[in-house]
Design a protein around this ligand. Structure first.
Ligand SMILES: NC(=O)c1ccc[n+]([C@@H]2O[C@H](COP(=O)([O-])OP(=O)(O)OC[C@H]3O[C@@H](n4cnc5c(N)ncnc54)[C@H](O)[C@@H]3O)[C@@H](O)[C@H]2O)c1
Length: 340
């Protein structure tokens, strides 16, 4: 627990709904930070915090997060608040760790990034999955060349989700997958196309199918759905040499690496494609049992101290631009939206 070193940076955590308590627990456990204020405008949300962490100072007033001693403000509030509260934190001279999505438009992300740059402050975005050991493993497998040339990624993130009024399923779930592909792949998508449907509220899609096309020919496809009776969190990454299945609902065996592939046979017959199927071993790597958020808190400490980061405001803005493009494509009946 972080009552310790006087060098620990005082942090204010704002928003104690579903996700905020996870941030409180991990910042509380870090030697690099001291949780100096916990804020939620709803007093009922602060009660469990006081019960679990009696030493923490709580407040219903956001001003408590802007007290002079605070070095870092963490926003775990609803997405529509990220832009106004983020501006207030930066204007008060605080570094910012903001939940995904960074804001509800790329213009708002750009404004936050410009202000942080002017003030010499850091913005970090909680793209938690980038600290998941399975994602780390996939990143190193790609870098080692083990998978060969990457061909496709197919991701399914569906469950009986909490229907939201202000954001649709893409704004809610896609930042996870979009941040993963942004992190894993060297290239950026050339276009985004998406279709979706809102069954309870036609203006708020509760399911969506999104496709990214890349200059190399790589394709990523995502299935997001709040209306599925089963929870599925599966990502398949296909390379020319090997393929990886990442199943995040598996408690320990989250990754399976298939030494499977298909190769074209030398042209014997002109009019039919002859292929050789290769089915080799299936490897289940042992992954470290670490909580992604504790890694993120350590990373935030280093990033604020000047180390390079892959969860900066620039990445938050890129991910929001991808969500925006998916939204634009849905509005245009699925037409591809070209990206700069
Ligand atoms: N990284 C992840 O894996 C992950 C997982 C879940 C949620 N999230 C993100 O975390 C954020 C919060 O989501 P949630 O599910 O915890 O929402 P939630 O609605 O459960 O909690 C939000 C809390 O913020 C409080 N709040 C709202 N406006 C406020 C304000 N102006 N000042 C102080 N408190 C305010 C609310 O009272 C509420 O307690 C969202 O951006 C969401 O996308 C991230």
């Amino acid at each position: 627990m972080n009552t310790g070193p006087s060098t620990a940076m005082p942090v204010a955590i704002v928003g104690c709904g579903y996700w905020g308590p996870n941030l409180i627990r991990n910042f509380f456990a870090s030697p690099h930070f001291r949780v100096a204020a916990v804020v939620d405008r709803d007093p009922a949300r602060l009660e469990p915090v006081r019960a679990n962490f009696p030493s923490l100072r709580t407040s219903t007033d956001f001003a408590a997060a802007l007290a002079p001693e605070i070095g870092l403000v963490v926003l775990a509030t609803p997405p529509e608040t990220h832009h106004p509260l983020g501006l207030a934190a930066l204007n008060a001279g605080k570094h910012l760790l903001v939940e995904k999505p960074m804001a509800l438009s790329s213009a708002h992300c750009g404004e936050l990034n410009a202000l942080a740059a002017r003030k010499g402050l850091k913005i970090l975005v909680d793209h938690t999955f980038l600290f998941n050991p399975a994602v780390e493993y996939i990143k190193s497998a790609i870098a080692s060349g083990d998978l060969g040339e990457l061909r496709y990624l197919d991701s399914t993130r569906i469950n009986l989700g909490l229907f939201q009024e202000k954001i649709n399923v893409v704004w809610d779930l896609a930042p996870h997958d979009f941040s993963i592909v942004d992190y894993l792949l060297d290239e950026k998508p050339a276009s985004v196309s998406a279709i979706g449907a809102g069954h309870l509220n036609k203006d708020v899609e509760n399911l969506a199918y999104v496709t990214f096309k890349y200059p190399s020919g790589m394709i990523c496809h995502f299935n997001f759905n709040w209306l599925s009776p089963v929870k599925v969190r599966k990502t398949l990454l296909g390379g020319s040499k090997k393929m990886i299945l990442f199943d995040d609902t598996e408690p320990t065996e989250k990754l399976r690496i298939y030494d499977h592939g298909v190769e074209r046979k030398p042209d014997q017959l002109k009019y039919s494609l002859m292929v050789d199927y290769r089915t080799g071993d299936i490897v289940i790597p042992k992954l470290p049992q670490v909580e992604a958020l504790s890694q993120l808190v350590e990373h935030a400490h280093n990033a604020i101290a000047g180390a390079p980061t892959f969860i900066g405001g620039d990445s938050g803005e890129r991910i929001v631009r991808l969500v925006e493009a998916a939204q634009e494509s849905m509005a245009a009946g699925g037409l591809p939206v070209a990206l700069a």
